[in-house]
Ligand binder design. Structure first.
Ligand SMILES: N[C@@H](CCC(=O)N[C@@H](CS)C(=O)NCC(=O)O)C(=O)O
Length: 197
């Protein structure tokens, strides 16, 4: 197989989750850090829509983060991140991507959405945090006793939400979620994918 390339942006949560899965599966991938203000022509030639991450491997281009993760796990999934195809994994990721992400954007950039105060958007996003806290009362990780695709796909977004106001997040009653996030942030996998190029 020719060298796999990932066009990435270090702080983008979608690119983060793609890097997590690619590193976890153990395939050698060259990461190309791009400037979102000046995207490389080679990346746009592969994927004109201009979002990161973009994976180019063996003549194939995958330009959405979740399919990149699924491609990686199809190559190698030593710790059963796919949870043997449990549909709860994709359902939780869909809720994250379609609902929680929407509230996260409004909370993070509340000044751009002056129809409501920041607390309003935060409370909307908090509904999902409550759901995750409930899941963590059942298992050590979101859907199992070990990390899965769901944890890797959601954690970069929960991290962003928590970091908008760290003191607020630390003061919430979501003790299990706080511990889950902390464990993720301190994991060798996350630290490795966040290393500066
Ligand atoms: N649905 C896409 C979303 C990717 C996305 O929106 N990435 C952002 C960065 S976090 C981006 O590239 N935005 C284009 C830009 O800012 O020009 C995926 O899952 O890969």
């Amino acid at each position: 197989m020719s060298e796999a390339l990932l066009y990435s942006f270090r702080r983008c949560p979608y690119a983060m989750r793609a890097r997590l899965a690619l590193r976890y599966c153990g395939l050698a991938v060259r990461i190309i850090e791009v400037s979102l203000k000046a995207k490389p022509a080679e990346m746009l030639a592969l994927s004109p829509k201009g979002t990161v991450p973009v994976l180019s491997v063996a003549g194939q281009v995958i330009d959405e983060s979740l399919p990149i993760m699924q491609w990686a796990l199809a190559q190698h999934d030593p710790d059963d991140w796919l949870l043997q195809g449990d549909p709860a994994v994709l359902a939780l990721i869909a809720e994250n991507d379609q609902v929680f992400k929407h509230h996260l954007n409004r909370y993070k950039y509340a000044d751009r959405y002056p129809e409501h105060p920041m607390e309003h958007y935060r409370a909307e996003g908090e509904v999902f945090l409550q759901k995750l806290e409930g899941l963590l009362t059942q298992h050590e990780y979101l859907l199992a006793e070990h990390m899965s695709l769901a944890d890797a796909a959601l954690a970069p977004f929960v991290r962003q939400f928590a970091h908008v106001d760290r003191e607020w997040f630390a003061a919430t009653p979501y003790r299990r979620l706080q511990k889950w996030l902390q464990r993720f942030l301190e994991s060798p996998l996350f630290i490795a994918v966040m290393a500066k190029p």
